[in-house]
Design a protein around this ligand. Structure first.
Ligand code: 28G
Length: 657
């Protein structure tokens, strides 16, 4: 291959580099599952977004093609087509074959708008069956193709140029277009999920104001295949959207930004804030467009400076008197919806999922930007209404908490809870190994009864729920603790909730929600997930929460019984089958204990869906949509998604068992 296309010397090293990616894909893209597959797409999209962030492109288009390959296009300058001085190959080839030092998942330097793009392109090339790159620049169109193939010995050569960059002719376009086919020898799945792609593109559109993102899914027929996202208000629009189903306390979000130069380079910070009349804190932070779900120094900096500025303001307007104690950060963040977006160099990620920012210079920079920018906004007479609404809300929050006394009460309440005998609801299992044990939270007493009889009591515990669990969205923690259904869940889990949550005390490896496949069941599921999301988030992020999938149909012919979990499966089972009876299950209660065991409880046959918070912003939105004030919205949503089992709201559609 080297001789054939005139490549030899320099390339050998390059190819070895790409083969290292093949050998350990996880190091470079995190995993070879659905996440890793999508990461490939994000790598290419990032390059296009960088080009836009640098001010050279205004549009980024993503297309999922019929054959599951993906095409990304931008209208930027185009990857350089000139010959590289030292490597003697085109810029395109350099970008797609030179492995940047270290993998993204084992080192900590991500670029920031400053020309680092191309970092992940070679990784994508290494893990693709083929990559086609088209560059339109200075009136000319160029193209180049790379492929991965197995040689006679079965050895795989990755990301090999088929021939050098070729000039195809004249064009009036400008920019870069890349099509790649993820290699099915690498990935467990090669099917892109259009909801995941759409969500991410929408998020990128909010984070990169004014850039038009187009998304086409050519696997879909009809008018559903095309969407576009463009937000001229950037993160202000993002906050408005997040508050969309809530009642904001003032008309439009507060927005400010600033830059600080540090020893390690520039830090650019943008912040948008708007309070609503609820009690929860929704803070979403990003660094270089990457969500920092676990927070970090930038969030710490924001919180401390925000609390200080707000207290100063309250004193200035006399809402706090000299003798009054300052309000806490939590008081000021009750009902807050805020987005923080940072751009900086050499970012360091820490934490369990490597989504916490570690750079200390980010804390100082954000603190100083908030201190400098926020006070003038509050003091501007045009904003008096807004500033007073925030002060008022915090004072109320503080009062409601009744500071020390409430804290004491709560401590007492909690220890009561921990020692509370179980009031006959939970049927615990006999095994004492949390690793093996499973907790089923079952809708309704009758299904609960069947589950109790049908389960394997050695490792399966059953907690039946009477009626609907509390909607925790609109409650303070004290009320949650007073609610019987919530209390029995908390007691059963053993972890505690909120700030006291301790994953190591979890008594069950799997917490499985079992509800009917109808609207009521969907509602109960949403209520429970909201509860877990608000008070035991780590339970979800660490992958312990599942949804049980009861079958929808029973097909019986003579003594042979088969179960179908969806319509497709039913069609498969009944194809060519004659003289059978079909029963549609309307609820779990219709199954007897044996059937329930066989279809829903038995790890050998059942199918579980793991609940996963991939996109906290989206879940937040959805939880609000389903739980918040605006009942009309909620109805609409549920009606639209009558097939709630399949809505990928919280779940990754992975079959676990
Ligand atoms: C469509 C799919 C994804 C891209 C560019 C533009 C330039 C570039 C890309 O340069 C080499 C290394 C660091 C500067 C830069 C063009 C400067 C001048 C570019 C993309 C040179 C990479 N003219 N557009 N890479 N850098 N779009 N979209 O990949 O020093 S990648």
């Amino acid at each position: 291959m080297s001789k054939e296309n005139g490549y030899s010397v320099d390339d050998i090293k390059v190819l070895e580099g790409l083969e290292a990616v093949r050998a350990r894909p996880g190091m470079y893209i995190g995993s070879t599952g659905s996440r890793g597959l999508h990461h490939m797409l994000w790598e290419i999209v990032d390059n296009a977004v960088d080009e836009a962030a640098n001010g050279f492109a205004t549009e980024v288009s993503v297309t999922i093609n019929k054959d599951n390959s993906a095409t990304v296009e931008d209208n930027g300058r185009g990857i350089p087509v000139g010959i590289h001085e030292k490597l003697h190959v085109s810029g395109v080839e350099v970008v797609y074959t030179q492995l940047h030092a270290g993998g993204k998942f084992d080192n900590d330097s991500y670029g920031f708008s400053g020309g680092l793009h191309g970092v992940g392109a070679s990784v994508v090339n290494a893990l693709s069956e083929y990559v086609e790159v088209e560059v339109a620049t200075a009136g000319k169109l160029y193209s180049m193709r790379f492929h991965s193939y197995a040689d006679a010995d079965g050895k795989i050569h990755s990301g090999v140029p088929e021939k050098p960059l070729t000039e195809l002719g004249r064009t009036r376009r400008q920019g870069t277009k890349v099509t790649f086919m993820p290699d099915s020898r690498v990935f467990e799945t090669v099917e892109f999920n259009s909801e995941i792609v759409a969500k991410r593109l929408r998020e990128l559109a909010y984070l990169n104001k004014g850039v038009l993102f187009r998304f086409t899914d050519n696997r879909v027929k009809g008018d559903n295949k095309y969407r576009e996202y463009k937000y001229d208000g950037g993160i202000v629009d993002f906050v408005t959207y997040l508050n969309g189903d809530k009642t904001p306390l003032y008309a439009s979000p507060i927005y400010f930004s600033g830059t600080r130069s540090t020893e390690k380079g520039m830090i650019v910070c943008e912040i948008a804030i708007q309070h609503n009349d609820g009690y929860t804190e929704s803070l979403f932070s990003y660094v270089n467009n990457i969500p920092t779900t676990e927070g970090g120094t930038h969030e710490t900096g924001f919180k401390s400076a925000y609390t200080k500025v707000m207290n100063d303001y309250c004193r200035k307007i006399g809402a706090l008197k000299e003798k009054d104690a300052s309000l806490t950060g939590e008081d000021f963040r009750e009902g807050i919806t805020a987005v923080i977006s940072l751009k900086m160099n050499s970012i360091q990620f820490e934490g369990q999922t490597k989504t916490r920012l570690g750079n200390t210079e980010a804390r100082t920079a954000v603190e100083s930007i908030v201190q400098e920018e926020l006070m003038p906004i509050l003091e501007n007479l045009k904003n008096a209404e807004l500033a007073n609404a925030i002060a008022d809300k915090a004072l109320k929050a503080n009062k409601a908490r009744e500071a020390a006394r409430r804290a004491k009460n709560m401590a007492r309440e909690k220890s009561k809870l921990e020692n509370a005998p179980l009031v006959g609801k939970l049927s615990s299992c006999t095994g004492r190994d949390p690793e093996q044990n499973e907790l089923f939270i079952v809708e309704g007493d009758s299904a609960g009864g069947s589950a109790k009889q049908g389960r394997d009591r050695r490792f399966q515990a059953i907690l039946p729920l009477r009626g609907k669990p509390l909607n925790v969205e609109k409650r303070r923690i004290e009320q949650v603790l007073e609610n019987d259904e919530c209390r029995s869940i908390i007691t059963a889990l053993g972890t505690g909730i909120g700030e006291d949550f301790e994953l190591k005390n979890l008594k069950y490896n799997k917490v499985i929600i079992l509800s009917d496949a109808d609207q009521d069941g969907a509602h109960i599921r949403a209520l429970l997930l909201t509860f877990f999301y608000r008070y035991t988030k780590e339970l979800i992020t660490s992958g312990h929460v599942y949804m049980g999938m009861p079958p929808l149909y029973k097909v019986q012919k003579g003594s042979e019984v088969r179960y179908a979990y969806d319509d497709a499966e039913l069609a498969k089972i009944t194809k060519g089958l004659k003289g059978y009876t079909l029963q549609r299950y309307k609820g779990l209660g219709e199954m007897n204990p044996e059937q329930l065991w066989e279809t829903t409880l038995n790890p050998e046959n059942r199918s579980l869906v793991r609940v996963n918070i991939d996109d906290a912003a989206y879940v937040e939105h959805l939880v609000t949509l389903l739980m918040g004030d605006k009942v009309a919205n909620r109805k609409e949503y549920i009606m639209e998604h009558a097939d709630f089992n399949k809505v990928d709201t919280f779940e990754d559609k992975v079959k676990i068992d």
